[in-house]
Design a protein around this ligand. Structure first.
Ligand code: NAD
Length: 498
């Protein structure tokens, strides 16, 4: 922050505009809903409650923009330049975007700045820089013909994202979809519409032509469903729960068989073997990763499997970390844990805590709602010891700061426990034995496996899940495949030249 105003001062005067953004401009607010901040339940303002008509208008504008080639037909180097400018402007609006993100979802301002805004800008810039460096192919056919294998933009991409990292999840779709020349209609979560709407304005300012990037806020069963069922949407980039991901596949089946890329829930296993020397580092890492973003991360390591011989010491160190992650004022610069996204989610999390206790697990730290005098929604970091595989807290995604610790005796048991889940987003294995680390990493059914760490993350590496954690991969050059069709063009070459 460049001046002496506190984040609270800024929040008091923050401009909130909840109108939809279609064809390069804000449209009049029709039906709306009230958006409140989970920090203290303050009213942020009315947000457009997008309906079928608004979705139709946004898709029509995206289709027109795609069809006339105002973006899709630009040379990759020109798209690169515009998207680089978009990334620069995101950073130029860093304070404003971070404040909106924190007000919307209650995450600590320091992380909105250093993670959400910074990573969203980095993602857009990375795809901008990549797009004039990827080549198409020529098939190794015979001498009398040439088969060109080219990737073409698909057309209109519907993007539906959740509230836990609103700007970043949108950027993971926008980067590859826009870089490859598509037009986008984005439906942010009703719990976090603010930054998406500003991103669309910023993209226009950067030179993205009107109609290429539209945002229709609203509820899932209204705006979301209308977008997912739309006959003129070519693909859906979806991030959200496994339950809604299932619906995305149904919507595609009931409409135009649009491509569906699902990035869904997780219940990631964190497996600690007795031969890992630095138990303290493993324990501190699991606490930091689990409690980051109030546990509202798809890849949070919520199932912790520890060899019985080191489990007591491990649990003791994890518990001692809890005070570092106590919820506090999200607008205070030093706060490390903010609020839960809303009252509904708070009740869900508290329900799981009660269920863990009722099923016989021991809450060795946390377990309570706190800071209720603020009007906001906060839960203490909670660690359950003595959890067993059949408990709901072990099987279901909680999406709150709740970790369950299970104990195992053998490597085979650890692998079986880790894989005993409908989810397969991430996993990690901690072992100083090289062959064990490789063996277990191979055996774990997850899209990403970490060895002796949980923090590495980079735009160059794919992110996505096995099993019911989804089918698509965000990030990396692989994400370009999701928003392009492969076209084969055969050319005959006569052999009678000369
Ligand atoms: P959600 O499924 O409730 O909602 C996600 C989005 O879908 C929202 O925009 C919502 O409005 C919309 N939606 C809801 N019902 C819909 C319907 N019937 N038709 C169309 N759209 C609908 O999920 P959430 O609570 O917002 O997000 C949390 C979930 O997201 C967790 O399961 C988490 O693991 C997952 N997530 C996954 C990843 C990943 O990369 N795999 C990343 C972040 C979050």
């Amino acid at each position: 922050m460049s001046d002496s105003k506190t984040w609270h001062d800024r929040a008091a005067t923050a401009a909130i505009d909840g109108r939809a953004f279609i064809n390069g401009e804000r449209v009049a607010l029709g039906e709306s809903f009230e958006k409140r901040s989970p920090i203290d339940n303050r009213l942020l303002g009315p947000i457009a409650r997008g309906n079928r008509a608004e979705v139709d208008a946004a898709v029509a504008s995206a289709r027109t923009a795609f069809a006339d080639g105002r973006w899709a037909s630009k040379p990759p180097a020109a798209r690169k330049k515009t998207l680089q400018r978009f990334a620069e402007l995101i950073l130029a609006h860093r304070d404003e975007l971070a404040l909106l993100e924190t007000l919307d979802v209650g995450k600590p301002i320091q992380y909105s700045l250093s993670v959400d805004v910074a990573s969203a800008a980095h993602c857009i810039r990375w795809y901008a820089e990549a797009i004039d460096k990827v080549y198409d192919e020529i098939a190794p056919t015979g001498p009398n013909a040439l088969a060109l294998i080219q990737r073409e933009p698909m057309g209109v991409i519907g993007v539906i994202v959740p509230w836990n990292y609103p700007m970043l999840m949108a950027a993971w779709k926008l980067g590859p979809a826009l870089a490859t020349g598509n037009s986008v209609v984005l439906k942010p979560s009703e719990k976090s519409p603010l930054t998406a709407l500003r991103l669309a304005e910023i993209a226009l300012e950067a030179g993205l032509p009107p109609g290429v990037f539209n945002v229709v806020p609203g509820y899932g069963h209204e705006a979301g469903e209308a977008l997912a069922l739309h006959m003129d949407v070519d693909a859906l980039g979806f991030t959200g729960s496994t339950r809604t991901g299932r619906r995305m596949l149904e919507y595609a089946g009931r409409s135009n068989l649009k491509r569906v890329y699902n990035e869904l829930g997780g219940k990631s296993a964190f497996v600690v073997f007795e031969d890992f020397g630095d138990i303290e580092r493993a324990a501190k890492t699991v606490a930091a990763s689990m409690f980051f973003n109030s546990g509202q991360s798809c890849n949070a390591p919520s199932r912790v499997l520890v060899h019985e011989s080191v489990a007591d010491r491990f649990v003791e160190i994890v518990a001692a970390q809890a005070p570092r992650h106590q919820p506090a004022d999200p607008l205070a610069p030093e706060t490390r844990m903010g609020s839960i996204v809303d009252e509904v989610q708070l009740k869900t999390v508290m329900g799981y805590i009660e269920s863990g206790k009722a099923e016989g697990a021991r809450a060795i730290v946390g377990g309570r709602q706190v800071r209720s005098e603020t009007g906001g929604f906060y839960v203490e970091p909670t660690v359950f010891d003595g959890a067993t595989p059949a408990m709901r807290i072990v099987r279901e995604e909680i999406f709150g700061p709740v970790m369950s610790v299970l104990r195992f005796k053998t490597e085979a048991e650890a692998i079986a426990l880790a894989n005993d889940s409908p989810y397969g987003l991430q996993a990690s294995v901690w072992s100083d034995t090289l062959s064990r680390a490789h063996r277990v990493a191979r055996a774990l059914r997850a899209g990403t496996v970490h060895v002796n760490q949980y923090d590495e993350d980079d735009i160059t590496a794919p992110f996505g899940g096995y099993k019911q954690s989804g089918n698509g991969r965000d990030k990396s050059l692989h994400a370009l495949e999701k928003y392009t069709e492969i076209k084969t063009t055969w050319l005959r070459i006569d052999g009678s030249g000369g």
